[in-house]
Design a protein around this ligand. Sequence first.
Ligand code: ADP
Ligand code: ADP
Length: 232
Amino acid sequence: ADAARVLDAVKVYGRGDTEVRALDGVSVDFPAGRFTAVMGPSGSGKSTLLHCAAGLDTLTSGAAFVGGTDLSTLDDRRLTLLRRDRVGFVFQAFNLLPTLTVAENITLPLDLAGRTPDRARFDRLVDTVGLRDRLHHRPGELSGGQQQRVAVARAFVGDPDVVFADEPTGNLDSRSGEEVLRLLGRTARETGRTVVMVTHDPVAAAHADEVVFLADGRLVDRMAAPTADRVL
Ligand code: ADP
Ligand code: ADP
C-alpha cells in the first residue's frame, strides 16, 4: 500500500497583517504499515497538516504525496478521484449526513464511487465499531461517541491505502476509544495501510507506532514506540 509524505510543507492563511503560517516548512513521512500519531499544542498546525496531506486543502509551497503521486500535479477531477478511492478521512466534526441512516452514512463513499459494499467486510467493520444495533438509526439519534464511530467506519469502508483521523477518540469513552485505536493500529500493521491520527491524548498516542510533535507549524520531535508517560 501507499505511504503518505509531505516535503517542505508551508501553509499560509490570509495575508498581510492577518497572515498566519500554519505550517512553516514541515517534512515528514508516514510509512505504509505504520500507525503514526501527530501531537502538539492547539494551533500548532496539526489539522492543517492532515488536511493538506489528504488533499482536502492545498499547500502554499512544498509538496504532499500519496504513494508516488504529488497532489499538486493533479487537476480537480483526479484529486477528487484520489480522495475518493485511496484516502479515508475521519473529521473532528464527523460530517455525517443527518437524513441518512448509519448504514447509509457508512457506505456513502462506496455509493459515490458506484461500488457495491462487500458484505463480509462491512459486517466486520460494523462489529468492530460496535454499531450492529444502530444501523437503521439516524445520526441525530446517536450519542457523540456513536457518531464518531460511524465516521471511523465510513473512513475505512472503501479500504483506502491511507487513513487520516483528526481526534478520532475525542468524544469516546475509554472503552470505545480503545476499540477505535486498536482498529487504527491493526489496520496499519496487519494490512500494511498508512494510518495517521491527530490527538491531544497521551494514552491514545501510546497506541501509535510513532509520535511526531508539531509546535508553531514546525516538526520539533519524533518518538518511536511511545508510552503515555514519555509522551506527556
Ligand atoms: P491545530 O490542529 O494544531 O490546532 P490548526 O492546523 O487548526 O492547528 O491551525 C494552525 C493555525 O492556523 C492556527 O493559528 C489557526 O488559527 C490557523 N488556521 C487554521 N485554519 C485556518 C483558516 N481556514 N483560516 C485562517 N487561519 C486558519
Ligand atoms: P476539522 O473539524 O478537523 O477542522 P472540518 O470538518 O471542519 O474538520 O473540515 C475541515 C475542512 O475540510 C473544511 O475547510 C472543509 O471545507 C473541508 N472538507 C470537509 N469535508 C470535505 C470533503 N469531503 N472533501 C473536501 N473537503 C472537505
